[in-house]
Write a new protein. Sequence first.
Length: 173
Amino acid sequence: MKGVIVLCLKELVQKNYGEDKWLDALRISSIEKEPAILPISDVDDALVLKVVDSLLKVLGISMTQLGDAFGDYWVNVYSQRMYSIYYKESDNAKDFLMKMDDVHYTMTKKMKDAHPPRFDYEWKDDKTMIMHYKSRRGLIDIMVGLVKAVGKYYNEPLKVEKLGGDKVSIVFP
């Protein structure tokens, strides 16, 4: 996983829950000294998932709640510093989400060992899209939170529903 994701998670926890909660999660994950991480650093998926699991315990929240919190923070705070152009290139949530697979591919094709989630799209009707999530990490709850946050960013009341471990239903207004 790229360091930018870990750095966002760290900042979210520190700002919303406190530095002590982040340090507790690291301790529970058997990380005695936090490594220096850059946005383009490669961070072992298993280690990140261990920290995520520890955060759920330390914060007393579910993966769904963490996914929603991360999604909102990533879309509406963190990514605005680096990737705001992608949001400005789209007029609405539908257009933005339809570009996500291309954005992930374009942004990471020159990054060594980058394995971002990939997406396929299926339309049930003119307002309902099924977004297929393809990643070995199994972080569908993060994707759900991100999609909800995209709706918030564009001020659109999206109806977002997880349909198992690899797809999400999105109903656009």
